[in-house]
Design a protein around this ligand. Structure first.
Ligand code: NAI
Length: 245
């Protein structure tokens, strides 16, 4: 018997990077995982490679509320009621503020913050009726401390924290827990383009002296989704090698 046996989990942006590592851990813990990503083929391939049975991939742009509603409907028809939602899909469009275009602002807010709203809204009613559920929102250390050149991204990630704390208060009486994971620098496609000099400088600012692996975030998500975290809600848990201390 594994801790998430038989539960259905939906992970947005689950086709690669941190989302994939979370999908892998939830699959290992016994959950049936719906991998959601913009590209249906990528999502399907990722789902097929997960440990255990019953996983499935879905194409969906989380910034589009119709797409989000439709994806949730399809997942629940195929796999059953969703008990764990992980809002992980995210993008960055970095620029110094004075040069940041309205499109760069809007695109990042639309995926990172509105996307989490769209997916959570599509699911919350069902979770409330069943009086159980877990929502995990993937923010960033940048949402807590800010970052020059990322005003749009930091605003979206800070927004997720306020969103999650409010939801945690509203939904706790219905048995639903909502928490935030705030990763520091994690080695994925998103950080692959950093120049070597920037990587060295960043390592020197991280007490544990290195970037994290996607699996470091996956392990935390598995814990927060599971019974060991039954008395934890409304929290922001950093997985950042001590960067934000
Ligand atoms: P990634 O770029 O490797 O993967 C992003 C995933 O999101 C992909 O699966 C992509 O298909 C999906 N996605 C993007 N836009 C989407 C949309 N409109 N609809 C549906 N899916 C969409 O990114 P990574 O590094 O794995 O990041 C995952 C999350 O973790 C993001 O929210 C990111 O902001 C956050 N994060 C990442 C950190 C890092 O150092 N890599 C640090 C802190 C937070």
């Amino acid at each position: 018997m594994k801790e998430l046996d038989g539960q259905v989990a939906l992970v947005t942006g689950g086709s690669r990077g941190i989302g994939l590592a979370i999908a892998e851990e939830l699959g290992r813990a016994g959950a049936k995982v719906a991998v959601v990503a913009r590209n249906e083929e990528g999502a399907t391939a990722a789902a097929a490679a997960l440990e255990g049975d019953g996983h499935k991939g879905y194409g969906c742009d989380v910034s589009d509320s119709n797409d989000a509603n439709e994806a949730v409907e399809r997942v629940e028809e195929d796999l059953g009621p969703i008990e764990i939602l992980v809002n992980n899909a995210g993008i960055a469009r970095d620029n110094i503020f004075i040069r940041m275009t309205e499109d760069e602002w809007d695109d990042v807010l639309a995926v990172n913050l509105k996307g989490a709203y769209n997916m959570t809204r599509a699911l919350a009613r069902g979770m409330m009726k069943r009086r159980r559920g877990v929502v995990l929102n993937i923010s960033s250390v940048v949402g807590v401390v800010g970052n020059a050149g990322q005003a749009n991204y930091a605003a979206s990630k800070a927004g997720l924290i306020g969103f999650t704390k409010s939801l945690a208060k509203e939904l706790a009486p219905r048995g639903i827990r909502c928490n935030v994971i705030a990763p520091g620098f994690i080695t994925t496609d998103m950080t692959a383009e950093l120049p070597e000099s920037a990587v060295e400088e960043l390592h020197s600012r991280i007490p544990l002296g290195r970037f994290g692996d996607p699996g470091d975030v996956g392990g935390l998500a598995r814990f927060l989704a599971g019974p060991g975290a039954r008395y934890i809600t409304g929290q922001v848990v950093a997985v950042d090698g001590g960067m934000a201390i």
